[in-house]
Ligand binder design. Structure first.
Ligand code: PAN
Ligand code: ZN
Length: 197
């Protein structure tokens, strides 16, 4: 008996823009998609009223089966900016299978990989071009653009990891990255609903 072989293939990655060719799913996240994730809800509403629905980040993924045995990869571009004093960021998630890890490779710009464990422990890993930041098993992860240009990175994760957005949507992250005197600083999130350490 023989199994059906998948043909080898390659993807072209534009290191500057994060564009992938060929590309599968492309997701755009706008401010309205993250309405409840920024601490300054008044700033959110003000931006939506005066400026419109700002594009915060884009994700491009290669078309591969989301099952065990595959390695998935895609790029993320977070555009620079702030909502109130909180920097633009991704929604953030745990992997549905909590023990599936991930690697992030910085391609351009600068920011942080913010990780949170279910006991409320938070860590921040600064990232720039050339940084390989590792998400160990069981950490929720979010990225934040603390610079003035797009923050671009490549992510690689196991095909059967799955994405649990719900937990972070409900509880939030315990700590937020905000700008103070032009510098990124971690502060407590007054609206955080999970365990604290
Ligand atoms: C990344 C993220 C990507 C966007 O590819 O999915 O940076 O962040 P959100 O998924 O939280 O919106 C990854 O961690 N994949 O597992
Ligand atoms: Zn992930």
């Amino acid at each position: 008996m023989s199994i059906k072989l998948m043909e080898p293939f390659k993807t072209y990655l534009d290191l500057q823009t994060g564009a992938l060719q060929p590309v599968g799913e492309v997701v755009q996240r706008r401010l309205s998609d993250m309405r409840n994730m920024y601490a300054d809800t008044q700033a959110v509403e003000r931006i939506l009223e005066t400026e419109g629905d700002r594009l915060i980040y884009e994700v491009r993924a290669v078309d591969l089966p989301e099952t065990a045995g595959f390695v998935l990869y895609g790029t993320t571009v977070i555009y620079p900016g702030r909502v109130g004093d909180e920097y633009h960021m991704t929604k953030g998630h745990y992997h549905e299978k909590r023990d599936r890890s991930e690697m992030y490779v910085g391609l351009g710009g600068a920011g942080y990989l913010v990780l949170q464990a279910e006991d409320g422990t938070v860590r921040g890993v600064p990232m720039e071009k050339g940084t390989i930041a590792y998400v160990p098993p069981c950490w929720a992860h979010r990225t934040v653009n603390t610079g003035e240009v797009p923050f671009v990175f490549l992510a690689v994760w196991p095909g059967d990891a799955g994405h649990d957005y719900h937990t972070i949507e409900q509880l939030g992250f315990a700590r937020l990255l905000v700008e103070r005197d032009g510098q990124p600083v971690f502060v407590g999130n007054p609206r955080y609903g999970g365990a604290l350490r």
